[in-house]
Design a protein. Sequence first.
Length: 122
Amino acid sequence: MEDQKTILVVDDTPENIDVLVGILKQFYKVKAAPSGEKALKSAGKKPPDLILLDIMMPEMDGYQVLEQLKTDPVTVNIPVVFVTGMSDNADQEKGMAMGAKGYLTKPVDPQKVLELAQKILS
C-alpha cells in the first residue's frame, strides 16, 4: 500500500484547524501549525505533500510564509493552497502569482477541500 500523503494545515484559529483536520484525516495524515513560524519549522524538518495555509495570521501572514517556502530548497516544491476568509479576486490573484496552487474561501466546503487535495496529490 502506498504511504499516506501528509497535509500541513496552518491557521491561527484552532476551530479552523479542527474543521480541516476533520475533513482530511480519513484520507490523509494531517499535521497542524498554529502560526507561520511553526509551519516553516515543521515543513523544513519533514516536508509535507501539501500545505493548506491561512492568509490572515498575526506576526507572519500567509503571503510571507509562502514567500519563505519558495526560497528554501527543502520546501520550494511543496504545493500550497490558501484557505482564507478573504474572497477578493485581487487576493486570489496575488496568491496564485506567488506560486499558490489553489485558493479556498472560508467557511470551507468539505467536498471542495477533498477534491482540491486529491487533484494536487494524485
